[in-house]
Structure formats: C-alpha cells, structure tokens
Design a protein around this ligand. Structure first.
Ligand SMILES: Cc1cc2nc3c(=O)[nH]c(=O)nc-3n(C[C@H](O)[C@H](O)[C@H](O)COP(=O)(O)OP(=O)(O)OC[C@H]3O[C@@H](n4cnc5c(N)ncnc54)[C@H](O)[C@@H]3O)c2cc1C
Length: 312
C-alpha cells in the first residue's frame, strides 16, 4: 500500500492534498515549525494518520535549503514512497531540491493524479497548455508538486492518529538572508471568490473597466483578468490574473467579458460552476465552455446588464 507524505507551507493546500492522499493509501503530513506551536489536529481532521513535526528555530522563516533538508529527514523517518507538495512558488522550488536530496524523480505543476498500469501517473499541462501530458516517475520514491485547488479539502478524520516529533539536524544554509521586506498585502482573493467578473482585451481602455467594476459590485464579486490586461497592459495586478501562468479559480458564477478564451486562460476557469461569456465574436472559443453566452458589444451589453441587476 502506498505510503504518502504531504507537505505545504500553506496549510489549506496541505489539507487538499491529504484528501487525495487518503484515497491513494496511508496519508501522513509533515509540519515544519519554528517552535512548539504546530497544530497537528488540523491535519488529523483531513485524514492524516501520522503527523511528523520537525521543529527548529531556523524553520521559523522559509528557506529552501533548510526546508528541503528537514523534509528529507522526515521523509526518511516516515518511510514515505510518495511525497505530495503544494505546487506554490515555494513548493515548486522545494520539490526539486527535496528530490535531489532523496535521489528520486520529481514533477511540478501537477493537475491530476491517476493510476496507470498500477503506477501513479501525474497529469500536467504541456505545449503551452494545449495538451495534457501524463508522466510516470521512474524511481520508486516520487516527489510530486500538485497545483493548489486541484483537489477539494473535505474533513474526514482518520480512525487512529499519532504525532511524531522528528529532531531534524539542519545543514548550514548556503543562502544568507540579509534583509526582509514585507510584501504589500494582497487585496484580491480571486481563488476564494464565489462570483468573478473576468475582463479581457475587449476593453478598449483602462477607464472602461469601471463598467466591469459596477457589475462586480452589484454581484458582490471580485474582478479578475486575462494575462493581456495584467502582464502586458499592467491595468490590473498580477494577483488578479487567471490561467496557466495565473490562478486557478472555481467560483459559483463567472462572467467573462471581452475575453477570447484561449486555452492558456481557460485552464484556470474550468472548475467554475456557471460561466457566462460576453463577446462580440460569436466564434470566440470562450463560448465553447460557457453555459450562457451573449454575443454583443460589451459597451452596449454591460450597462444594460448592470441596470437590470440593479432593478432585480
Ligand atoms: C505559455 C503561455 C502562457 C500563457 N498564460 C496565460 C494565462 O495564464 N492567462 C491568460 O489569460 N493568458 C495566458 N496566455 C495568453 C493567452 O494565450 C491569450 O493571448 C490571452 O489569454 C488573450 O487575452 P484576451 O482574451 O484578453 O485577449 P484576446 O485574445 O485579444 O481577446 C479579446 C476578445 O475580446 C473580444 N472583443 C473585442 N472587443 C469587444 C467588445 N467591444 N465587446 C465584446 N467583446 C469584444 C474579441 O472578440 C476577442 O475575443 C499565455 C500564453 C502563452 C503562450
């Protein structure tokens, strides 16, 4: 039976991974802590049978070197043959380093885990998001970094649980932190929004986004965007970008306006419950995945929509 160890520096992502891990075999979790404050109970609630805690003051702040070092020791202690890591920015960096220490194969950005010929196979986007590749890691031990929101976090406590303290012996980090500057706090939380209004290049100028803002306000939703509006035009912050290079979102309602629906964008919205698309081109690819479509000029459609919603 597979022995799976889960780790993410973001606890909600670790909970998602635990739910998949308990389907695959015996699920355990690793917590790296700068002190004694680690709460294993949260992990037990999502099905971890064992929680391994590596505590050391130097683990208080993230360091790829030290985290990989500590995790490698926890993997050895746990005897895990599959290590699932959250494919966050830090998780991706960690996965490669950990695999190097464990002398095994690693895959990052996984969007699915399936069983193929009795082996665990990893699905991920390839060729710029145009296809899904299925990879099988050849080594017995595997490190797999899975994208956040791939699995649903559902509480289901294990029947028996045990917390194990691992006294990790940390190496001297090769990177010296000389200064820390706080990052500006995120203002958008598009991954957890119930309603998203997604804007694209169909908007002729930045000021026109006020139309979409008005709709989002009426629906109590968040604004998100295509890469064009964020990375190319810099009209909106990167934290609002959806897609293969942005965020993956699963809102109950998504209204996509002036977005063509290229695959690199739509991979980030496929989990949405209802997709409404507004586009003046009736052959725009976004209509293939939309539940409801309005073929029309957004400058005519949006004001009417805002007015109608305001009246209802
Ligand atoms: C490796 C790689 C990674 C990428 N990653 C991402 C990613 O993570 N996220 C992402 O979004 N993109 C990504 N892209 C870019 C992606 O391929 C598209 O170029 C991008 O999503 C297009 O953005 P858009 O839909 O806003 O613009 P366009 O494709 O130009 O579409 C604009 C749409 O607006 C419509 N329109 C124009 N005027 C109006 C109007 N007045 N009323 C109504 N509709 C109108 C047009 O008919 C058109 O369909 C990536 C590309 C590559 C190669």
């Amino acid at each position: 039976m597979a022995n799976i160890l889960v780790f993410s520096e973001q606890a909600p992502v670790a909970f998602e991974l635990l739910c998949k891990a308990r389907e695959l075999g015996v699920a355990s979790a690793a917590i790296l802590s700068g002190g004694e404050g680690a709460n294993a109970n949260n992990y037990f609630a999502y099905g971890a049978q064992k929680v391994f805690v590596g505590a050391d003051a130097r683990l208080e702040n993230y360091s790829a070197d030290l985290y990989a070092d500590a995790l490698a020791q926890i993997v050895e202690t746990s005897g895990a043959n599959i290590v699932l890591i959250g494919s966050t920015k830090r998780g991706k960096e960690l996965a490669g380093r950990l695999a190097q220490k464990l002398n095994c194969g690693a895959v990052t950005d996984a969007i699915g885990l399936v069983t193929q010929d009795e082996k665990l196979a990893v699905q991920r986007y390839a060729l710029g998001g145009n296809t899904i590749a299925t990879d099988v890691i050849a080594t017995d031990r595997q490190v797999i970094a899975v994208m956040p929101k791939t699995f649903e976090a559902i509480k289901q406590p294990a029947a028996t649980t045990v917390e194990i303290k691992v006294s990790v012996q940390l190496c001297e980090p090769r990177v010296k932190i000389v200064e820390r500057k706080p990052k500006a706090a995120a203002t958008a939380h598009i991954e957890s929004a119930e309603t998203l209004v997604v804007v694209g290049k169909g908007f002729a100028k930045q000021d026109d986004l006020a139309l979409a803002d008005a709709l989002a306000q009426r629906l109590n939703g968040e604004i998100a965007c295509s890469r064009t509006l964020s990375a190319d035009y810099h009209w909106l912050a990167e934290e609002r970008m959806i897609g293969i290079s942005g965020k993956k979102c699963k809102p109950r309602l998504m209204i996509s306006i002036g977005v063509s629906g290229q695959i690199q964008h739509t991979v980030g919205i496929l989990g949405s419950k209802i997709i409404v698309a507004i586009n003046k081109d009736k052959s725009a690819p976004i209509f293939k995945i939309a539940d409801y479509g309005i073929v029309g000029d957004l400058y005519q459609v949006l004001p009417k929509l805002v007015e109608r919603i305001g009246k209802s």
